[in-house]
Design a protein around this ligand. Structure first.
Ligand SMILES: [Zn+2]
Length: 645
């Protein structure tokens, strides 16, 4: 993986306005110095998602999501850290000098770049052919027959793939694209036995071409629609999977429609690309279409990030019903509310809009039914629900679907609705759900766990106190690092966050530095740190920090003593092992005793109105005790070695 220098990472983070960045995806409202909105990572009705411009971080009190601007992009757009840095660097106009140390990654990046270039050029070429070339007359006639205006063809950069291989080859030659590259891009296919060809040949021939773009508008593949009515080939042919294209990870048109979906808080899902284009061209812009029938968890996650409701607008035949059912099982577990808008028999969005106008289509969308009502409607028309056994079987099917709903309120409403419509006591239906919930049901059908954030083990109270004070005040941070007592961290649990600030040498009391530092820690740690940052500033300052460190040290010593004592009780120990343990036990007991005495004396020294002679005596004693304590402590450290258990 290419590595980006740390200075650049920090520079990019400093140049990024986190409120502006997150505000593009989440509606934010100002609250004091911070901003709040509905969390894009879990389903909620009241905002618990906080963005803190001063700390350059975000945190959700509901689901615990949190981190810096990179983390937000990574989780929200499902991209890698390096991609997130690059994207923000680009927006901030910062050039990234990568320290490339992985030849493989470099090669992959090159291939990616070359493939994007081929696609970009091919889009233009296909489009030009469609609009101007005489070879594309059939294609233009087809557009006309589907009432697709030249403007729409231009907006979507539709194109035409000619039937002859030599045209493609001439173009490639002119553009200096190699045959190998065209094969990798999927524009050329290798000869195989079925085709009966001896040479590579164009995959798309005499087809209307739709560029398939990723979320950022880059063309990464093509979908070609057959023009020859007699042809036996598939109606739609997509590019094969390539290093830049995976069918299960892309929505057709999402780059254009995601903003409208976010704004409407609702996504209309159509089956075909033309459905999507026609709806979009007619002003219904919150539409997407998966490529083919494959609806994946990736698609569901994408939609969930920017909206709370999905309206499935599939064909009203049996295949459409099945497709809706499948889509529901993938969408519901993400917390999305799923509705179905059945169109009149034999119509799809494209034909309906062209035949009856967009207003009629919008009416159908407006009348979308809750998914369960849709299922009930379909069943009452197609199944004999007056028969007890059939009704009970259907209730069982519904029960396993209800389980998928990742929202208690929605689920409860569905339960009541279903019981009422099936004329069934609610309790009985609930029992059926409980039965369906048993692990014996197939794993793919059981409810997916709600999205949870990874988390650290519970943190020690004193460690957190120290951690928070160190982040709040540079003086405390420097003092902590100068104490030279890091060994405390080795023998205590729940000190992960404290270890983070202690072991780093960066000035983490500076918010911008801390935000950048978050990119170097694990996701669990990033989430935990941002959670701490979201709490009110710690009180107590240096005094509280010193006290917390003392407490930690005491806890560590007691811990060590307990471990030794447990070991001593083991019967199977060899005599020399036993002797060693007993020596250690003695030493620890002595250190703890010294420590307590020392603290006692220190308390006495602080007493007001102490006679001078008494004061002098106490101070002398304190010094002697401290020296002895430190000697013993050093002895212990030697005993434990540099890597104590
Ligand atoms: Zn959340």
């Amino acid at each position: 993986m290419p590595r980006i220098p740390e200075e650049t990472i920090q520079q990019v983070l400093e140049a990024t306005d986190i409120v502006d960045l997150i505000g593009r995806h989440v509606k934010l409202r100002k609250a004091g110095v911070n901003f709040v909105g509905l969390c894009p990572f879990h389903s909620e009705k009241t905002p618990s998602f906080n963005v803190r411009p001063q700390q350059r971080t975000y945190h959700c009190f509901g689901c615990g999501a949190g981190g810096n601007a990179f983390r937000f992009l990574m989780e929200h757009s499902s991209i890698t850290f390096v991609e997130a840095v690059k994207r923000l660097a680009e927006q901030a106009g910062i050039r990234i000098e990568e320290e490339v140390y992985d030849a493989n990654a470099e090669r992959e990046a090159k291939v990616r770049k070359a493939l994007l270039k081929v696609h970009e050029e091919a889009v233009e070429w296909f489009h030009l052919l469609l609009m101007r070339h005489k070879v594309a007359e059939d294609a233009r006639a087809y557009l006309k027959s589907r009432a697709i205006s030249p403007q729409t063809a231009k907006d979507w950069q539709m194109g035409y793939a000619p039937p002859y291989g030599d045209m493609l080859r001439e173009w490639a030659l002119e553009k200096k694209f190699t045959e190998n590259l065209l094969v990798t891009a999927g524009l050329l296919a290798r000869p195989d036995e079925d085709s009966g060809r001896r040479d590579t040949y164009p995959r798309f021939r005499h087809r209307l071409m739709f560029p398939i773009r990723n979320e950022f508008g880059e063309c990464i593949a093509f979908s070609g629609r057959v023009l020859d009515k007699e042809a036996k080939a598939a109606k739609y042919l997509n590019s094969p999977e390539t290093p830049i294209f995976s069918k299960s990870r892309v929505f057709f048109g999402f780059d254009k429609s995601k903003r409208a979906i976010n704004k409407a808080d609702r996504a209309i899902v159509t089956e075909g690309q033309l459905d999507m284009i026609t709806a979009f061209a007619n002003g219904v812009e919150n539409v997407v279409a998966p490529l083919g029938t494959a609806f994946t968890e990736f698609h569901a996650k994408k939609l969930k990030q920017i909206s709370s409701e999905v309206v499935l607008c599939f064909d009203s035949d049996n295949a459409g019903y099945k497709a809706a059912e499948r889509a529901f099982t993938i969408l519901a577990p993400t917390g999305l509310s799923v509705k179905v808008a059945p169109l009149p028999q034999g119509e799809d969005p494209d034909s309906l809009i062209r035949g009856q106008g967009v207003a009629v289509f919008q009416e159908y969308i407006g009348r979308a039914r809750d998914f369960f009502d849709h299922m009930l409607d379909h069943a009452s028309a197609n199944r004999n629900l007056s028969e007890v056994r059939e009704r009970s079987r259907f209730a069982g099917e519904l029960a396993s679907m209800v389980l998928l709903v990742d929202n208690n309120i929605v689920r409860d409403a569905a339960v009541q609705n279903i019981a009422r419509r099936l004329n069934m006591p609610e309790d009985e239906f609930r029992r059926q759900i409980a039965r369906a919930h048993r692990p014996s049901s197939t794993p793919s059908n059981s409810a997916a766990p709600a999205a949870t954030q990874p988390s650290l083990p519970p943190q020690d109270r004193n460690a957190i106190m120290l951690f928070r004070n160190a982040l709040a005040d540079e003086k405390i941070l420097n003092w902590l690092r100068s104490t030279g007592r890091e060994e405390i961290l080795q023998d205590l649990s729940g000190c992960e966050l404290l270890a983070l600030v202690w072991k780093s040498s960066a000035n983490l009391a500076e918010p911008a530095t801390l935000a950048a530092y978050l990119s170097q820690v694990s996701r669990e740690e990033e989430v935990a740190v941002t959670k701490q940052l979201s709490l009110p500033m710690p009180e107590g300052g240096m005094e509280a920090a010193e006290c917390a460190l003392e407490n930690l040290e005491a806890a560590r010593l007691n811990n060590l003593l307990q471990i030794v004592q447990t070991h001593v009780k083991q019967r199977s120990l060899a005599p020399e092992e036993m002797a060693l343990l007993q020596e250690r036990e003695l030493l620890l007991t002595e250190i703890i005793r010294l420590r307590n005495t020392l603290q006692n004396v220190q308390r006495q020294v602080k007493q007001p109105e102490l006679p001078t002679t008494e004061m002098a005596r106490l101070q002398e004693r304190e010094q002697a005790l401290r020296k002895e304590y430190l000697d013993r402590y050093e002895q212990l450290q030697k005993f434990l070695g540099p890597t104590a258990p």
